[in-house]
Each structure stands twice: as C-alpha cells, then as structure tokens.
Design a protein around this ligand. Structure first.
Ligand SMILES: [Zn+2]
Length: 425
C-alpha cells in the first residue's frame, strides 16, 4: 500500500470515537418523516459542526415542495470543501429523515445506545450512520492530503423516505447535481460494506377504480356492485398478469433474488362503505358498493419499456370490460420512475471497487436495488450518471425495530470512502 493509502486509513481509524459520537448526535435528533420533524434542528446542528471544521455550508429550504409548510419546513444542508487545486468534485448524499418508530423496540429508538459494538436507534442504519461515515471519511482524507485537487461535497437531505421531492429532487432542479458542478456521487445507503449498488428497478403506481350503482343490499339486482367488478379484475390479474410478470427476468444484478423479475403489489383495496371510525360499535348499512379502488405498485426492469408496462394493465382492463356487462373503470396514474443502472466502468464504480479491495481484501458484489432511492433524481434531473449507492449497515435492518449499525462496519466503509477520494482527487 502507498503512503497516502496508509495515512488516509490511519486518519480514519483515529476518528473512530468521533464517528460514533457524530452518529449518536444525529440519531438523537428525531427527524421523523412524516411529518418532517426537527429538520431545521438537524441541519443547523450539523451545519455548525461542519462549518467549525472548515466546510462552506448552505442551508436550503425546499419551499413549495410537496410537504413543505411553515409548520413542517423541508430543510436541506449542502457543505462544500475546496481543495488547493482544480479538479473533480465528489459528492456524498445522505438523507437525514427517518421513518416512524413502530412497535417492538427493546431499546430507546432515539437513545443511540452503544452495546456490543453496535449503535441502536431509528436511523442508525438507514442512514445516519452512513452519512456520518461519509463526513468522517472526507475529514480524514482532507487531513491526510490537504492540498488535494478538486472539491468534496456532503449533502444531508430531506424526505428520501417519501420520494425525495423536498430533498434531492429540489436540489437537482436547482443545479446542485449538474455535471459541471459535481462529477461523482456516492449515496451511503445501507447496502453492506462490500457491495456497490449500481441503480434500481423502475416504478409505476396507479389507482384503478371500478364503478357500480348503489342500491339496497336486500335487492342487489337493482344496483351494480363495483366490488364484484373489481373481483373480476383481480381474477384476471391472477390468471394472466402475474404469470406474465414471473416470466420477465432481468440481467440487472437485483437483490434479493425474487426481485430479478417484474413484480406487482396491490397496495390497498377500498370498496363500498368507508371503514367505521375507531370505537364505533354499530352495524354497517346494507348498500351495494358504487365504487371500488385499488392502488397498484408495479416494479419493472431496465429491459422493459414503461409504455408497455402501462399497456399490459390497460389491455387487461379492456379484456374484462369486453366480457362483463355494465363494467366501467378509470385508471389514474400516480407516480413513475424509470430504472437506472450506472455502468460498471464508470469512474466512481471502479475507484470504489479498488478501495473495497484495499480495505476488505475482497472483490465487491455489484447489486441493483429492488426499490428506488434518490439516485433517480440525480440521474433524471441532474443528468449525472456517475452515481452509486455504497455505505455501511445491513439493508434488512432498515425500518425494523431495534435498528442498529455496526461500528466496525462504519469504520471500514469510511475507510473505503476516504480511499475513493484519494483516488479521484
Ligand atoms: Zn435510506
């Protein structure tokens, strides 16, 4: 190993306690999303911490973004550190929001307790531990090579868990990820320290509504049941759509294995009378359902065209319509994301693979995520294709009770990220 490699890794190792403390401080600010609690508090605290260590810091509120209000403002932080000479900019992007706590915890979800080499708490793994590792990696690298070429940026962004529109999408629309400003992006999401995530599958969300006619439940023949019509739609999905999706396999290295094919989830179904209010003890009224709605979540592959994905569902609906008297429906599109996959030869991929080999002594696994994350905005709005997700933490622990991150894993990942900087800058 070269002197620089050794110096960089020594600087990371010397910051182990600081890395733990930084993660704990971030976890103790409960940035729950929804609703978007304490975003400003986190951004101000982290901004002040980084400013004191020489970073130029910008605090950006995503005004007008979905969810932004004076009660729940969507605050983001972008910190930049200029090197001594011109060169590329490497950007680390971590979301600062965390999902709800949920049931089943045996530890304080915002206590950030250290037990047996792990830090416990909501957001340790997804992904305040990753964000802290990136910051420590950058500071260790700067200490080892103060005259580096180019610049380093770290952003802590809002709302990844709810689509990223008040976070990375807002920044990308304002040029923060444009290729003349940033050349390499690493998102330290928890994907295990030996895996490089190249991208994600695509998404199409839609709401399908079947229509009926209300009537007295004792004389259903005077009405038309939207629920029975929806039953026919679901039956047709079982008969023709699910088998079709199971046959569509991808060459993308998606994990887990089950996500190497097209998938469809039915997120919800609502028909007829609304659910009774909690505590209501009366009986329901006898009515024929005049509408029934489902929300579908279709995940598609890089080999598929989004137009075909939509056509499959529209054709299915038309087929049911042709067979069922009185069948009427509507499809409302809710949301779509095109699949993305960074090339294995992209500079940020190659340098991360080299760094993993140096730190862990093994070749990395290349993976693609079954669900999307903020790379979609960097790719589509920012037009920057040299982007990966790489960070510490076990993916399966995200959003779980007793979420934790391993301190050794964070130190190793910080070492990898610091060596990526050494190679690229
Ligand atoms: Zn995450």
């Amino acid at each position: 190993m070269t002197d620089l490699t050794n110096n960089v890794l020594a600087e990371v190792a010397a910051r182990r306690d600081e890395l733990v403390a930084l993660t704990q401080d971030l976890v103790r600010i409960p940035t729950l999303n929804p609703p978007g609690r304490d975003y400003l508090r986190l951004v101000e605290w982290l901004g002040a911490r980084m400013q004191a260590r020489g970073w130029q810091v910008e605090r950006i509120r995503a005004e007008g973004a979905p969810g932004d209000s004076d009660a729940w403002p969507r605050w983001n932080l972008v910190a930049r550190y200029e090197g001594g000479r011109p060169g590329d900019c490497v950007h680390f992007n971590g979301h600062h929001d965390v999902v709800e706590v949920g049931e089943g915890w045996t530890r304080d979800p915002f206590g950030a307790e250290v037990v047996g080499g792990r830090i416990y708490g909501r957001g340790t793994c997804d992904m305040k531990g990753g964000l802290a590792s990136a910051i420590i990696a950058a500071e260790a690298f700067i200490a080892a090579k103060p005259d580096f070429a180019g610049a380093i940026e770290v952003s802590a962004t809002a709302d990844e868990e709810s689509g990223g529109y008040g976070g990375v999408a807002y920044l990308a629309e304002r040029g923060y990820f444009s290729p003349d400003r940033v050349q390499h992006v690493i998102i330290p999401e928890p994907l295990n320290k030996d895996r490089i995530c190249l991208g994600h599958r695509g998404v199409w969300w839609a709401e399908i509504e079947t229509k009926g006619r209300i009537a007295h439940g004792s004389m259903p023949f005077l009405g038309d049941s939207a629920i029975r019509h929806m039953g026919a739609v679901l039956e047709e999905m079982e008969r023709s759509l699910y088998p079709l999706l199971a046959q569509k396999r991808t060459d993308m290295p998606v994990v887990p294995e089950g996500a190497k094919q097209s998938t469809l989830n039915i997120n919800s179904i609502h028909g007829g009378e609304a659910e009774p209010a909690p505590g209501f003890t009366g009986f329901p009224a006898p009515c024929v359902a005049d509408r029934c709605r489902i929300v579908i979540d279709r995940r598609f592959l890089i080999e598929e065209d989004i137009g075909d994905v939509k056509d499959e569902v529209c054709t299915l609906m038309e087929r049911v319509k042709a067979e069922r008297p009185g069948f009427d429906y509507e499809i409302r599109e809710l949301h779509e994301v095109i699949p993305t996959m960074t090339d294995r030869d992209a500079p940020v991929v190659r340098s991360t693979a080299d760094a993993i080999e140096k730190v862990l002594g093994a070749q990395p696994d290349y993976v693609v995520s079954p669900g999307t994350y903020d790379q979609k905005h960097i790719d589509r709005i920012g037009r920057l294709h040299n982007c990966i997700a790489y960070g510490p933490g076990v993916l399966d622990l995200a959003h779980q009770p007793d979420e934790w991150i391993g301190i050794d894993d964070m130190v190793d990942s910080a070492g990898v990220m610091a060596l990526v900087l050494a190679e690229l800058l």
